[in-house]
Design a protein around this ligand. Sequence first.
Ligand SMILES: *Cc1c(COP(=O)(O)O)cnc(C)c1O
Length: 355
Amino acid sequence: MYPRLCIYKSKIKSNAENLLKLTKENNVEIAAVTKVLSGNPEIAKVLKEAGIKMIADSRISNIKKMISKGIEGPFMLLRIPMMSRIQEIVKYVDYTLISEIETAKKLGAAAVKLNTSKKIIIMIDVGDLREGIWFENAVEQVGEFLKIKGLELSGIGTNLGCFGGVLPSVENMNLLKDIKEKIEDKYSIKLEIISGGNTAAIPLIRSGKLPKEINHFRLGESIICGTDVTNDLKIEGNTDLTVILEAEIIELKEKPSVPIGEIGFDAFGRKPHFEDKGIRKKCILGVGEQDIISSGLYSLDEKVEILHASSDHTIIDVTESDINYKVGDILKFKLSYGCLLKASTSEYVEKVIFE
Ligand SMILES: *Cc1c(COP(=O)(O)O)cnc(C)c1O
């Protein structure tokens, strides 16, 4: 059935192995992040086979799904918890990233009730402006978390790149390191995990500039996609042919390159632009913005140009291609991280896993 995502397990596995090698040389542990493939248990399994110890996901429902399919933890919950989901988190999550004291109290209380304790990693915002205690207040506020019964402080972490686009740097990693040292001094404790980065921090390892105190990375895109969108890089030694979207041609006609009539806004409120190249050979694919982000599709036939898409139709120009396409043919695409996330989440896109 088309459209479909073809997921190549062994390629994802070799990407994970490559990054495990790099991080091990630098004493950094990896939590492999499964959210872009919606916590697919078969992929989690292959990541474990590659030697990954910790699996991380942003959604508790994905973690529950993996557990129900027999995937072994430890599991890390990436998105700071919702108060309303504490009962599930206390049951299924091993390491919870957290930044709110009230949520932490609730998690601690839920753990005490079950006669257990839960490991937390306090998130610190060193500038990207997504989750975390503001770095200037971190040392002080960690003290409040330490008072909570039922919680065990495993460490601290930070996230960069994803919201503000702030690049991981020696400066912001040193900020995290300083906070670690101050917390350890002030409260006479040892922090086991200093979770400094996601994919965007890999160049810091490669350059040898990562402070040695940073000993944990949460890696998704670099393993699953083989790319690093924040730094606009391909990951050295990894492949980006891990997941391919296949879509079917449902119309193929010669049409003008510019629409006829006054141009308003498209179905999504965007104003499309068209270059006049005369009459072109154009296809409609049976996939659209409900399933993909058209600007995040990269055709494997490099002579195909992706023009624009509406909810259910993607229009491409095949005039320059060496292939003589016909209706019913299948086109293949690599996907950006954002596009893969959407395709993976769309129930209208079939997922097929290959060795
Ligand atoms: C998604 C996410 C990651 C993984 O980021 P990648 O860029 O895919 O490596 C890491 N940490 C947190 C908190 C996340 O939400």
